[in-house]
Design a protein around this ligand. Sequence first.
Ligand code: PD2
Ligand code: ZN
Length: 287
Amino acid sequence: MVPSMKFIFGLLSFVTVGLIIGSVSQLALLRQLEDSPGTSTKSPRFRRLHQRDGVLQLPRGFPLWKNDKEVETLRLGYIKPEVLSWSPRIILLHNFLSMEECEYLKAIGYPHLQNSHVVDSKTGKSFMSNVRTSSGMFLSSKDRKHPMVQAIEKRISIYAQVPVENGEAIQILRYEKNQYYEPHNDYFFDDFNLKKGGQRIATMLMYIGDNVEGGETYFPAGGSGECNCGGKIVKGISVKPIKGNAVLFWSMGLNGKSDPKSLHGACEVLSGKKWSAVKWMRERAFT
Ligand code: PD2
Ligand code: ZN
């Protein structure tokens, strides 16, 4: 080969090798960009998925929130919200508590149950009354330090959008056969009870027991239909005490004022025992 041909051949090989290296590194860069979160549906993670009607089908349990502790605390994927009424504001949260959480709350409550009281609207003092015939107890500050209780309190605060500090301690309630709580509003009419934390604005009522007949939570001013309350057909909305479910209702309307339509009661238990756990939430921190 003449020297000039040798030079041209060498130059061509150099250029060709350079081009190959350039293209390969560009491809690698593109692949890297596609794999970065949220950039492209061409990434290998998506390419493995099949399409139906031109729509990518995500695998079951698509691991978007894998290993996320909050998912467990909030029971995402288990809780199903169902709006029962906008005025008064009532939302039923199916599966709000796990069965284990229900059993734990009942176990804390059982040894300390005492006759329930009601608040005198003039003096603010509490006393025993035929208006409310259940028994109950409030969780202590020690009970509230348990991780399961803390998870429940956090869940309540997030679903209700009210800070944990604004919550009163959870009250565990048990209603035996023929026991009830007559319709009332959870907000206060006296000044004494407003001193700490201000007005009650919302209530999360959680059902923690099963095998009960009757014992519905009844909202006489909710909806325009009829419902069942302790075996009687009445006007309004009632919620069955199904273990694990919770009902969140607002004592305050969208106008920011106490809502008389939030009137509610616990219907008479016809058979079995009804167990519930109540969290009242205030305007300000309740500490
Ligand atoms: O336990 C209930 O179903 C219930 C119903 C209405 C509890 C309360 N109110 C309450 O404690 O305020
Ligand atoms: Zn109430």
